[in-house]
Design a protein around this ligand. Structure first.
Ligand SMILES: [Zn+2]
Length: 299
């Protein structure tokens, strides 16, 4: 009559730790680790084994006794992701067990690699060790490896003064008076705003300015969620506005309308700062606000 085999769960554990001697080669490796260095042993054939061994696994010959410092950086040769770390794992968040070939070594070492995300893990990726604060002469003196630094975030600030050329000066003087000045090319009949002295398409000179109204139509726009000192509120909309009579849109803020109500084809009009505050600058236009006219069908 079949019966269940007898079985019992056993745990083999040395709660206080199991003390064993390291032997000279591993002892040297761990002592070097405690000092923040990673060493391997050189074989008779000149290969560098990391972690070091007393015998060359390929030939069975004793190693030469020469210790070679390697790394500390290395290259991941293969890896396996641990989604849920277990007790006793080196990290309490997801990480990869990886074979890492340290620079100067001919064999790879198993260690944990902890990138920001599994997507950052790649065979061939460069990694550097993160050392534990209190080294004890144990493989865990290297807490884990992290990806090589390939990007930095640095603050950027540029202050500059733009010298307006002749045509732009003419345009800004118009803005100071509360007028948009454009120009019509005699050759292709396109109307450009801001005014420019030559047609960018046919190179034809545009000697005269043309006053354009401060009303127009939104052709396209972007909703911005980062504050801007010029913007009425967050989120705000920056839009391409085709002034009536122009063939090229200008870019400007919109205001006096919630961002989510801005739409393509919406009719708008410039909101100017009071005349007493005007200078030869685009800051004279606070933003463009809806006129309330029906939307325009955009072709
Ligand atoms: Zn032209």
């Amino acid at each position: 009559m079949p019966s269940d085999p007898l079985a019992a769960q056993h745990v083999l554990e040395f709660p206080g730790g199991y003390t064993r001697s390291t032997g000279p080669v591993v002892g040297r490796f761990l002592s070097e680790l405690r000092a923040g260095r990673i060493v391997g042993t050189r074989t008779a054939e000149g290969r560098v084994l990391v972690p070091p061994l007393e015998y060359d696994p390929a030939t069975g010959e004793p190693v030469t006794g020469e210790y070679v410092e390697v790394g500390p950086a290395g290259t991941v040769t293969t890896w396996s992701w641990v989604h849920e770390p277990l007790d006793g794992h080196p990290l309490d968040r997801p990480f990869a067990w990886a074979l890492i070939k340290l620079d100067g070594a001919d064999t790879a070492l198993v260690h944990a690699v902890c990138p920001e995300h599994i997507k950052a893990m790649k065979t061939g990726m460069r990694v550097w060790p993160v050392w534990r604060d209190q080294p004890t002469g144990h493989i865990t003196d290297i807490a884990h490896f992290v990806p090589e630094v390939t990007q930095i975030v640095s603050p950027v600030r540029a202050e500059y003064r733009l010298q307006a050329g002749g045509a732009l000066r003419v345009f800004l003087e118009g803005i100071e008076r509360g007028v948009f000045l454009g120009g019509r090319c005699d050759h292709c009949a396109k109307v450009y705003v801001p005014y420019r002295a030559a047609c960018p398409e046919c190179g034809n000179a545009i000697p005269d300015t043309l006053e354009l109204p401060d009303t127009g139509t939104i052709t396209t726009f972007a909703i911005n969620n980062l504050p801007d000192p010029r913007a009425p509120e967050v989120p705000f909309v920056s839009a391409y506005i085709l002034l009536d009579g122009a063939d090229i849109p200008i870019i400007a803020l919109t205001g006096d309308v919630p961002a989510h109500e801005v739409r393509q084809g919406m009719r708008v009009k410039a909101v100017w700062v009071p005349e007493s505050e005007r200078t030869a600058s685009m800051a004279n236009i606070r933003w463009f606000a809806p006129t309330g006219e029906p939307d325009v069908e955009l072709s």
